[in-house]
Design a binder for this molecule. Sequence first.
Ligand code: GLU
Length: 481
Amino acid sequence: MPEIRTRFAPSPTGYLHVGGIRTALFAWLVARQTDGCFILRFEDTDKKREVEGARDHLMASLLQLGLVYDEGPDIGGPYGPYIQSERLDSYRAWAGKLIDAGRAYADPYTPEQVQGFRELAQKEKRPFLFRDHRPENPPVWDETMPLRFKSDPKQYTRTDAVMGTLTTGPETIDDFILIKSDGYPTYNFAHVIDDYEMKISHIIRGQEFLSSIPNYLNLYEALDITPPVMATMPHVLGPDGKKKLSKRDGAKDVLDYIREGYLPEALVNFIASLGWNDGTEQEIFSRDELIHTFSLDRVQRSGARFDEQRLLWMNGHYIRALNLDDLFGRVSAFWQPEAGAYGDDYKKQVLGLVQERLKYFAELPALTQFFFTDLPVEPELIEGHKQLKKVDREMLRELLVSVRENLAGSDFSVDDLTSRLNQLLESSGQKPAVLFSLIRIATTQAPASPALAETLAVLGKDRSLARIDTQIAAMQPGDSL
Ligand code: GLU
């Protein structure tokens, strides 16, 4: 079997969102399943659309997700250069062959004339095909005019590794531009040449190219090249499952997810599951499992829905599965500035308490603020509390005084705190939702916290009692609380 060689061929026109990275991931997986090669190629022939910094951004996005390429613009390889604008000689040579074979011709029309043909076709309600206007005696091509492919329209039946067997008629084939008047090739021409010269075995790309494939097949035939296996990825759809995913739906830059503290392994798992499953109910796949189980023929043909809640869930799952030391190492850039004054042991204990609830690292300051900062008493936490607001304020204050007295005798180990909290529950006759919420609010000034005894133990005796004192003082009769 010939070597499996797949490629990811982005145009450096912007950042990489989940749809783009999914194409890259699937191409990477197909290469990694065998001892194949995964290649990065920049398709930069549309100079007007190029965005500065996009190349570095694209490479960083792949590498952050661990989609390491074996050949590419920055690392080279046996079939380089891997940047289309550096391969113009090659396109010219192939164009020359097509001209010599009578399969390419200079397009003598001005853009206005072509527009005129287009409008006429529209008026006459027929599809516009350039081949209906093929000049009888085209001028000699001098590279200031577009060079067009002289097509040979026919029916094709082909098998797409995802979409299955597809049949198209001759009407889908036209004389498309091979080389533009600015000297750069079109994608339609350049990718065929590059894929051939780079010995690509599988083209994995987005659905937007599906309707052009008959043109490519016609060109392959004219060039006497056997086309690679083609796999067309359905669109990634927005959360409504209808429209193509857009920025408005939260189609974020992949690097933004990394910056917000999503784990590369969770992102890879999530992105792989957009339109692919292994036929079982399994949702969590390690990178190795994906390499072993992925197959193009299980990629669904209809659009895949992007569900950010599912990504959050999956990321939380991966965070919970990390051991504490690993997690601690990964969150180092996410602590609030005040945490800088605390030692690693304390921060690790705090992290251990919130690990269960952490969905992505950027949430860390909000979840752990009270461990590092004495927050001011927030009356609304009691006044707006479902249970506490029904209880007489003076009674709450007295309850807190008795809590303070009891906890003053504790060594603040989790065991001792747990038994004291249970004792207090019994002696006060209060519901846990009242007693524990009150203590939680007094010691954290937050609506939620990790388990109470554990939280108090980490906060420590002095700090917990001082905070209870502050709350009691704020509840003196005559005050607003
Ligand atoms: N340069 C094309 C794009 O960025 C890639 C198409 C392909 O993968 O062949 O859309």
